[in-house]
Design a protein around this ligand. Structure first.
Ligand SMILES: [Fe+2]
Ligand SMILES: [Fe+2]
Length: 288
């Protein structure tokens, strides 16, 4: 427990994050970085970037509600400390992606209506499954839903977007790099904390595996919706050069190839991580 206490302490978080990779950043990027002219001058790309950023804000609002709710549901102080740091991370993610929405030209007073109008309905359902567990005070299901399923998804989505924007949008790529480092810490906590709790409560397995299956279903449906848009969201603006991710050149991949790559990567991560904490991955139905 001593290791766990120091690994997930507020002190460790301060050293790694605010005094580490976030030092000298403003809203997650270099103070003088801006969205590229190629993006700002192309209405279709700008609209696609706004729609994409809205999904990130919606996901991060859900993560903020879940991690803050789980502070009170946590059975031990070390978990409460960590989840308090995670709550601040998620609030910061909401803030930096909201800032990006405004950098893309959405007026401050239009942020909430834009988020409400453009959030994918399947992402809303995905969030509702998780927040139902959190509101019921179910710590084990809440941590699996948040720190394994939601963040396992976010981690891969952010990585793919970072690869896709590294060349032509260093500002957005920098923001994503910090966010990925945060999500890596959150996923690590989920795996380390929850395995022993599941061993103590094997009767919870069925319910938690059902939640995972349901969340994965809505996730795949949201991916299918996103990649059927034109231009597809993760690569923006139309990428050039080396944008390889998991062996696929994102700059030349079709939307169908990108959707399949992302879905396979995320579901593969779920399988590995759930296996490590003693749960069986359940394959969702393919959304119609
Ligand atoms: Fe987050
Ligand atoms: Fe997170």
């Amino acid at each position: 427990m001593a290791d766990f206490l120091s690994q997930y302490s507020i002190q460790r978080w301060l050293e790694m994050c605010p005094q580490g990779y976030l030092e000298d950043t403003v809203y997650g990027h270099d103070p003088d970085a801006s969205e590229p002219d190629e993006l700002m001058g192309d209405e279709d790309l700008r609209a696609a970037s706004i729609a994409l950023t809205v999904q990130l804000i919606a996901g991060e609002r859900c993560a903020l509600a879940a991690s803050s709710g789980l502070v009170n549901a946590a059975p031990d102080d070390a978990s409460k400390m960590f989840l308090a740091t995670q709550t601040l991370d998620e609030a910061r993610h909401v803030e930096i992606f909201t800032r990006r929405l405004m950098d893309l030209g959405v007026k401050k007073e239009d942020v909430n209506s834009t988020v409400a109008d453009l959030t994918n309905p399947n992402l809303v359902k995905f969030a509702e499954v998780l927040l139902g567990k959190v509101e019921a005070g179910d710590f084990i299901a809440g941590v699996v839903g948040q720190n394994i399923v939601l963040e396992g998804m976010a981690f891969s989505v952010f990585e793919m977007m970072e690869a896709g924007s590294r060349q032509l949008n260093p500002k957005f790529a920098h923001t994503l790099t910090g966010t990925i480092a945060d999500e890596r810490r959150h996923v690590g906590f989920g795996e380390n904390r929850i395995g022993s709790l599941i061993r103590e409560h094997p009767e919870k397995k069925d319910e938690i595996e059902k939640m995972q299956e349901e969340m994965a279903f809505y996730m795949l449906a949201a991916f299918a919706d996103s990649f059927s848009q034109s231009p597809p969201p993760p690569v923006e603006p139309a990428a050039a050069g080396d944008t390889e991710w998991h062996g696929v050149q994102l700059s030349t991949a079709t939307p169908e190839e990108m959707e399949a790559l992302l879905a396979d990567t995320v579901l593969g991560e779920f399988k590995t991580r759930l296996g490590r904490i003693g749960l069986n991955y359940r394959q969702p139905k393919v959304p119609a």
